[in-house]
Design a protein around this ligand. Structure first.
Ligand code: COA
Length: 367
């Protein structure tokens, strides 16, 4: 049976229990805080204490999504986890999450890796699986979760963060995921983590160039010869993968320049449709695979059925894709907003010396 009625039926989010304002990192590194706040557009870095890891982060987001879904565990036929914080080279993160949730049986369970693009791929595969009929009307649990940590002193350190988003893919109560999407990939070494190394190797400037190229290609394909400004106007929000907010700003401005929009038009579209969906990203910091989907979850809150959201996904290496979503009847309720509100209210703020201690503890735990 083909499940044409496919999309996001419920959403769960989770941020870890610690956070540090970027000003604290600036004081530790002897940098003007405005470089991080204004130059990169960052605000807070979500952090994990040593006893809290990727399995806790991903499993809690999944629990929250499942608790808001009206199906049973037996109705799930797939669990797919997109991440670049794998804990094992063979055993997928989905097996660790399934263990936490008590999920076993006739279920396809796997991990998807493509840097920050892995969550998008997992979501698309789940939707395409249902639309193909192979799902026989079963639902899928999709999780995008990551902890982004750089070596201390790395230029990427102020962009660190962590977070998880989970979706139950079933009937589109929250949003339909459009079957049409546009992908673009090119092999590059902009950001990668060789096997056995704890931290990524990042050519930050190259990653920015790759990201901008990917955005131009994907948005051009989305416009398909139509006036791209008109195409943008039909979206209530245009969401991006957010390594740090300034990167999004630069990419969107380039998309506008290539399309020939005036500086005023670019600024108007950016302020109305792009910038507002990055509020939660500023609280999470970069969460790799979860980053775009945190922005999409924020943008979907309170939308009327039929309103549309664009989602631009990018993963270093590099692969990218733009897709569109249409709000369903229960987007208005925005039940998942409470996840972010609660996690942010409960989390402990860490200062510069606390961060130094924490990094020492993370190093000893990894040794
Ligand atoms: N006040 C305001 N702005 C300031 C400032 C100050 N005191 N000092 C510097 N800035 C601005 C710079 O002008 C620059 O802005 P611009 O790019 O608009 O010109 C910005 O802050 C960053 O400064 P820069 O010197 O380029 O920073 P850097 O070399 O230390 O690091 C990155 C920048 C992007 C390379 C680094 O943060 C990084 O590697 N990030 C991770 C990249 C990533 O996530 N890649 C994966 C992508 S998917």
């Amino acid at each position: 049976m083909t499940s044409t009625e496919t999309g996001i039926a419920s959403i769960g989010l989770h941020l870890p229990p610690l956070a540090m304002p970027v000003e604290e990192l600036a004081s530790l590194r002897g940098v003007d805080p405005d470089k991080y706040l204004v130059g990169l557009g960052c605000s807070e870095i979500s952090l994990c204490p040593p006893e809290f890891g990727i399995v806790d982060l991903a499993s809690e987001a999944a629990r929250r999504a499942l608790s808001r879904w009206d199906g049973d565990l037996e109705d799930l036929g797939m669990i797919a986890v997109g991440t670049e914080t794998a804990v094992d080279m063979s055993r997928p993160l989905s097996a660790f999450v399934a263990e936490e949730l008590g999920l076993a049986g006739p279920i396809r369970s796997y991990e998807v890796k493509h840097a920050c693009y892995g969550g998008t791929l997992a979501l698309r595969q789940a939707c395409e699986w249902r639309m193909s009929g192979a799902a026989r009307d079963k639902a899928a649990l999709v999780v995008a979760a990551d902890i982004a940590l750089y070596e201390q002193g790395d230029p990427g350190e102020p962009t660190q963060g962590a977070g998880a988003v989970a979706f139950v893919v079933d009937r589109p109560e929250i949003a339909t995921v459009g079957i049409d999407s546009h992908a673009w990939s090119e092999p590059a070494f902009d950001f990668y983590r060789p096997v056995g190394e704890s931290y990524p190797r990042v050519d930050g400037k190259l990653s920015l160039e790759c990201y901008k190229k990917a955005a131009v290609e994907c948005f051009n394909a989305l416009a398909e010869g139509r006036d791209p400004a008109e195409v943008m106007e039909r979206f209530s929000a245009i969401c991006f993968h957010v390594p740090f907010p300034k990167m999004v700003r630069k990419a969107f401005h380039l998309v506008g320049e290539v399309a020939g929009w005036s500086a005023e038009k670019i600024q108007q579209l950016y302020s109305e449709k792009v910038e507002p969906s990055m509020l939660w990203n500023r609280l999470s910091g970069n969460s790799y695979t979860a980053s775009l989907w945190i922005a999409v979850a924020q943008a979907l809150q309170g939308l009327k059925a039929g309103e549309q959201v664009a989602a631009f996904s990018y993963g270093s290496g590099f692969g990218s894709e733009i897709l569109s979503l249409e709000a369903g009847p229960r987007a208005r309720e925005a039940a998942w907003s409470q996840d972010i509100e609660r996690d942010v209210a409960r989390r402990t703020r860490v200062d510069a010396s606390g961060y130094d201690l924490l990094r020492g503890a993370v190093r000893s735990a990894a040794a």
